[in-house]
Design a protein around this ligand. Sequence first.
Ligand SMILES: [Ca+2]
Ligand SMILES: [Ca+2]
Ligand SMILES: [Ca+2]
Length: 268
Amino acid sequence: MEKKILFITIASIFVLALVVGAFSFKSANAVRSANIMDRRSGGFMCRFSPDFCTCNPSRVCVDSNTVRTTTQQCVVNTYDCAAGQLCQAGNCVQVNDICTDSDNGLNPNVTGIVTINYTNGTNIAGSDSCIGSNQVLEYYCSGNNLGTVIINCPMGKVCSNGACIEPIFSDLRISNVWLVNYPNNKSVFVNVTNIGNANAPASTLAVNSSTIGFTRSVPSILVGGSRIVSVGFSPSTTGLVFVMADYPMAIMESNENNNIYFNSTFFG
Ligand SMILES: [Ca+2]
Ligand SMILES: [Ca+2]
Ligand SMILES: [Ca+2]
């Protein structure tokens, strides 16, 4: 009986040893298999004898603000950089806010926009503007902050949309005058052109001969545009013609000296 119990005990120990051994073998294979895969991926080096694994310690940027570290014991840790920091070469580094000025500093002749891009992803901007008719509130980068200064426009210039510019006025001129003879009258055709840098509102054109004068309404004229207006003289007249755009000078123009056409023998 004792021999039987002894036999059962030994057999049990033997079976238990087999089971434990099998699990141990399977576990070792699983670890080695994982290590081989990791080694192939280039992540770290493994040494199989004895079962011991070491990694090349490293710090890498996963993306612009995420760091991944690997210790010699192959402990991998991933973490985000703090606000205002970016991941560079595996380290979180403080980066400066970036200020840009579209007109490159103090330039009153250009409407500039200053933008500050903060490292936390927000931004602010300031655009040049006018103070009254001849001063500019100019934005610039003061370090990485918004700076402003008031600049007077140069003599002869005015402030418009945040920049000093030549004054904006229309400029009507008589660009052409010609005569057409009809059986019962003579008609004067006048081409009025706006050569200024602002649209001209409606105006009045005067056309006089030596004996009679007329006025005609001229619709508004866009910058660079023109209108042709005709006046019929019946009965026909002779002698001079005097034509004046913007009669009697109701529109503010950049040049008031080019509004008149005169020809002493126009009608023959
Ligand atoms: Ca500026
Ligand atoms: Ca400017
Ligand atoms: Ca004019």
